[in-house]
Design a protein around this ligand. Sequence first.
Ligand SMILES: Cc1cc2nc3c(=O)[nH]c(=O)nc-3n(C[C@H](O)[C@H](O)[C@H](O)COP(=O)(O)OP(=O)(O)OC[C@H]3O[C@@H](n4cnc5c(N)ncnc54)[C@H](O)[C@@H]3O)c2cc1C
Length: 460
Amino acid sequence: MTESTPRSFDLIILGGGSGGYAAALRAAQLGLTVGLVEESKVGGTCLHNGCVPTKALLHAAEVADNAREGSKFGVNSTLESIDMTVVNQYKQGVIDRLYKGLKGLIKSRKVTMIEGHGTLVGPDAVEVRGERYTATSIVLATGSYARSLPGLEIGGRVMTSDQALELDYVPNSAIVLGGGVIGVEFASVWKSFGADVTIVEALSHLAPNEDEALSKGLERAFRKRKIDFKLGVRFQGVEQTDSGVKVSLEDGTVLEADLLLVAVGRGPRTSGLGYEEQGIRVDRGFVLTDDNLHTGVANIYAVGDIVPGLQLAHRGFQQGIFVAETIAGVQTQPIVEANIPRVTYCEPEVASVGLTEAQARDAHGDAVETVEYNLGGNGKSQILATQGFIKLVRVKDGPVVGVHMLGARVGEQIGEAQLIVSWEAHPEDVAPLIHAHPTQNEAMGEAHLALAGKPLHAHD
Ligand SMILES: Cc1cc2nc3c(=O)[nH]c(=O)nc-3n(C[C@H](O)[C@H](O)[C@H](O)COP(=O)(O)OP(=O)(O)OC[C@H]3O[C@@H](n4cnc5c(N)ncnc54)[C@H](O)[C@@H]3O)c2cc1C
């Protein structure tokens, strides 16, 4: 901020994470003057403490697995050790390059960065470091923080993903509280790095928001990888000693490990920011909006993790773009939450879009058909020595409403899956489309052939 920093804009955005910076870039592209308020680093959770660093760790984990398992393919390698200093340098290098690129992009689009903690102080005003900035429209994009459980204090050997991403050693053993996306991703990394891992999940499945077939498939795969898990049991307490943690569960089990990762979800970062004082409706901390992401107050919109729904970076990006276009008066389409692709990047990967079978049955009763194509019939999956399947859910004689995948690298197929579901394609539309051989992508084609009643590489 300098003497010449403008005080008045067409649009001010509070928070420069995935949702906020996408709104800033699109609004600037559409000719609006934009002020972007950020108290830490643009790129937010996803770039600095979320998607990017975890995926770098998962890639290093894959390299470790390849080294350990090389001899299966006639490549006589062994895994000697994991050097977390180098792993962290590699991870930080990726973040730094992307951060530099993002800052350059923001500058080149002439978005004004306003550095510091911002609060909403009027229907058209925010305050940052004692200065008042006004705008015709405001977008709230303050993101989320790692939640804990009541009485479960973070510190020392009890950590959230924020601290786990900074670890400079591989634990010998870890307990992961929460079998959702973040929990299973860390469990997968640490197991590949050589740790003994136990996941504790209060619900009856790992990846509990996914189609049950995916959850069960992931549980089978994790069992094979010797990742331990306890399902349907609640956490009771944790005791920290000099050398580790003792975690007690409500069924009387006591687990011991080097550390406890608390991965029980993310809470919206909205308290103390003046939202409610300005009349914005908040439910359990989440900002309530209409389908157009309008808060109902003046020209104030909200995007990203503070809006109830899937807490994913690409949802935030798309919401940011949508809101910028709405504010600029460009005709645009509200986002369909069910069509947002979801990928869990553990080994094996879990990827899905659209309705689970249970959700489709709730919506359409018995008029639902499913097919599961096993990756056992897919050449490239055999080459990669991965197991899994693609499950399709369709409305009888109607479109494909859900695609659910399990297996190494299946996240890369989510692009086609989301086009199929978003464009409401029928299996008969997809069946004649050509999928290159030998790719895992052929399994997508085969699953649609099967659902269209003409399976090729499938046993009757
Ligand atoms: C470990 C982990 C792994 C993840 N992996 C994935 C993944 O693989 N794929 C995926 O899609 N999603 C992933 N996510 C989720 C993803 O990071 C979030 O959905 C996304 O970052 C949300 O974007 P946002 O803009 O709403 O908020 P954030 O990214 O949290 O950004 C909010 C920004 O606002 C700033 N801010 C907050 N309050 C103020 C204030 N008062 N004044 C000024 N600035 C403020 C913050 O500093 C921050 O930069 C992951 C998350 C975690 C924690």
